[in-house]
Each structure stands twice: as structure tokens, then as C-alpha cells.
Design a protein around this ligand. Structure first.
Ligand code: EPU
Length: 354
């Protein structure tokens, strides 16, 4: 990896609605900011260009990776194939009713910009999802969620290029099979390339302020009767305090999912760890706090080579500046193994690890 790192791109070519770069650096394309290269990097500005691109042999035969802003990925090696970045932009109001609005958003739009766009126009629902890094196209893949709200509540459909049928297709909310940090797009990564997402946003809905710390933050801001924008402001302040900013220190948010376990496992663990946080997650399942388990293993702030467990939040791994993806992955394995040994619970990575 390091040898190729300093090579200049061999060639850049343009087509209608896309740009291709050979031997492209991905270092600026992943929020961990680890070095990696792709044989071909294609920025697609018009979804219609996909029909032409998938006619080329390279896209039919080479390994394919679809990348948004790279905020949920860890490269431990170069990508020996094609990286597609969907840069399709645009926010279009499709239909405005008295109670809600339907909006279509290009996959390349920045998620946080869309949240602010919606709040500025008086639409609500997305306030708890403020400041989540990444693109619109990435949001449905991991069903982004924060502070008691998940994006699946607002997605009506997803437009994607279907590599099986070689055409643009529309997946309904049910077709997306959303779950906690999960969707059909995680299970059929090579099949769908998301080009746009359709949302239905209410003009008013009860604010979700029950997540720990939100009401306290609103009170500290002096907001007695908060608006959606007020809730967004409170949550942005909590996130800024709790989570390292990827613009300042390379990271991909939560590195592990919160594990789901049976009630019997919670009771067994609570005999040894009475403070263990656990939340009912439906269907007899309980969600454990991965951050709490990592911290109780003593890993919070742990440094290994150029990687570290964030001092701010135990669920976040950070690049101290010069880390390679392999160093970050070695630290992740160390954390996962330590938690497994102590709690007999296997942590699963949340980002895609390559
Ligand atoms: N905690 C610790 N040590 C820490 C941090 C947290 O022990 O260093 C414990 C505390 O008991 C705390 C509990 O963990 O009460 C929960 O912490 P937090 O509210 O930060 O939530 P989380 O479960 O760790 C999840 C999401 C975050 C999201 C927050 C808020 C996952 C994998 N992560 O974290 O999402 O912002 O809830 O809703 O579900 C992301 O996906 O990248 C992400 C940041």
C-alpha cells in the first residue's frame, strides 16, 4: 500500500455525467483518512450514466465498491477494482400537502445539509439526526439513527441501479428491510447502487426528547417550549461534546454496533456487573451498550501504534494522524477480543471493513 501511495493518477477521463481516475488515492475519500488506492475511481454525477458505465467490461468484471463520503468504511488495503462515487445532487419537493411534504434527494447530497434544509423550511422529523456524517445515499444502507430516531421512519422509497436487472429500480420502504443499523443494502452490497432517496416529512410531529441528556441540554439552553430546530441545536451540542469531529481527527463514528442479546444473558451478566446498561429492543431482545463494556475493560483512550480508542467516546476508534487501516483494525480486534473474554459477547463492526 505505502509504495503506491505517492504515485500520481495515471489518467483522468471524462464522459457525459461522470469522471474516471485511474490509480486514484482514496485517502481524502474516507473519514478515517487512512491511505488506500483504487484501480479506478468513477464519480457519477448523472444516474443515467450508469447504463453506459455498466456496459464497460471493467465494471462488469472487476470488484465494485460504492462509496459516499466514506464515513462508514475502513480500508485495510487497496481496492483492486472500481470505486463508484455517486455525486448526484438535488433536493426536489415532489408534493406538498397540508400535513407533510414529499421530497426527493440525490444520493450525493450531504446528509446534514439536508437536515438543515428541511428544518429551515419548517419540516420536522430529522432534528435528532443532525450532524450525522455522510451522504443521502449512505443513510438507508445502515439506517442511520441517533437520539431515539431512525431514518427509516421517513424514507418512502429508494431509487437504485439494480445490477441484476441492469436498470434503475425503486425499492419501497418494506423492500429496504430496515433494521437496527441494517437494511437489504448491507446484505446485497454488490447489487444496488443508490441514486436517490424519497422522504416524507411531517410539518409537525411530537418531538423526541426522551433520550438521555436531551431534556437537560434543552433546559441548559433555556428552551422551555422547544422547536424542531431547538432540538437539533441541543443534539448538535451533545454530539460535539461526546463524539470526535471527523474533520479534526479521523474516525467513522461508532466502530461497533450495540449487541442484541436475550433477557437471560442480561440477568446473567448483571449478577457480575449490576451497573450494566441494557435497553429492551422488542421481541424479547435487549440492546447492550458496547461503549460501556469497552470502557469497563479499560480500553477507553487506549493507544496502539497510530490508532486509539477515543478518549471522548469508547465506541469510536480514531486515527491519531499516521495510522494505516490495518493498525486501526488491529486495535478493533484487540477491543473485540477483550470484550468477548470479559462479557462473552461478540462485538460486530458497524462500518464496512475491507
Ligand atoms: N458509555 C460509556 N462510555 C462511553 C460512552 C458511552 O460507558 O465512553 C455508555 C453510557 O452508559 C451511555 C451509553 O453508553 O449512557 C450510551 O451512550 P451514547 O448515548 O453515546 O450512545 P451509544 O449507544 O454509545 C448510539 C449510536 C450513536 C448515536 C448515539 C446516540 C450505535 C452503534 N451508536 O451510541 O451513533 O449517536 O447512540 O443516539 O448505535 C454512529 O452510528 O456512528 C453513532 C455515533
Amino acid at each position: 500500500m505505502s509504495e503506491k501511495r505517492y504515485q500520481v493518477p495515471a489518467a483522468i477521463s471524462e464522459g457525459v455525467g461522470y469522471t474516471i481516475v485511474e490509480n486514484a488515492s482514496l485517502e481524502g475519500r474516507n473519514t478515517f483518512r487512512v491511505p488506500a488506492r483504487a484501480d479506478l475511481l468513477i464519480d457519477v454525477r448523472r444516474p443515467e450514466a450508469l447504463a453506459e458505465l455498466f456496459g464497460y467490461a471493467a465494471l462488469k468484471t472487476r470488484p465494485l465498491l460504492v462509496l459516499g463520503e466514506g464515513s462508514n468504511i475502513l480500508f485495510t488495503r487497496d481496492w483492486p477494482g472500481v470505486v463508484l462515487s455517486i455525486a448526484a445532487l438535488g433536493i426536489t419537493v415532489v408534493e406538498e400537502g397540508s400535513h407533510n411534504v414529499r421530497v426527493r434527494v440525490g444520493a450525493g447530497e450531504n446528509w446534514n445539509n439536508f437536515v438543515h434544509w428541511s428544518l429551515a423550511r419548517g419540516y420536522s422529523g430529522l432534528e435528532n439526526l443532525v450532524l450525522i456524517p455522510g451522504t443521502i445515499g449512505a443513510a438507508p444502507i445502515q439506517n442511520i439513527g441517533a437520539y431515539g430516531v431512525e431514518v427509516r421512519e421517513f424514507i418512502t422509497s429508494v431509487e437504485a441501479w439494480d445490477r441484476d436487472s441492469s436498470r434503475l429500480t425503486t425499492l419501497s420502504n418494506a423492500d429496504c428491510r430496515f433494521g437496527y443499523r441494517d437494511s437489504v443494502f448491507k446484505h446485497q452490497r454488490d447489487r444496488f447502487i443508490i441514486t436517490a432517496v424519497d422522504f416524507e416529512l411531517p410539518k409537525w410531529r411530537p418531538l423526541q426528547m426522551d433520550y438521555a441528556g436531551v431534556r437537560e441540554e434543552l433546559a441548559a439552553l433555556g428552551m422551555d417550549s422547544p422547536t424542531p430546530s431547538g432540538v437539533a441545536e441541543a443534539i448538535a451540542r451533545i454530539r460535539t461534546r461526546k463524539l470526535p469531529n471527523p474533520a479534526l481527527i479521523g474516525n467513522a463514528g461508532s466502530f461497533f454496533k450495540n449487541p442484541m442479546v436475550e433477557a437471560s444473558k442480561v440477568s446473567e451478566l448483571r449478577k457480575r456487573y449490576p451497573q450494566l446498561p441494557a435497553w429492551e429492543a422488542g421481541e424479547g431482545q435487549f440492546k447492550l451498550s458496547a461503549a460501556w463494556m469497552i470502557e469497563s475493560c479499560g480500553f477507553k483512550g487506549l493507544k496502539q501504534e497510530h490508532a486509539a480508542v477515543s478518549e471522548q467516546h469508547a465506541l469510536v476508534l480514531v486515527n491519531l494522524g499516521q495510522a494505516t487501516g490495518s493498525q486501526i483494525w488491529a486495535l478493533a480486534e484487540h477491543v473485540r477480543d477483550g470484550v468477548q473474554e470479559r462479557f462473552e459477547v461478540l462485538l460486530e463492526p458497524e462500518p464496512l471493513v475491507l
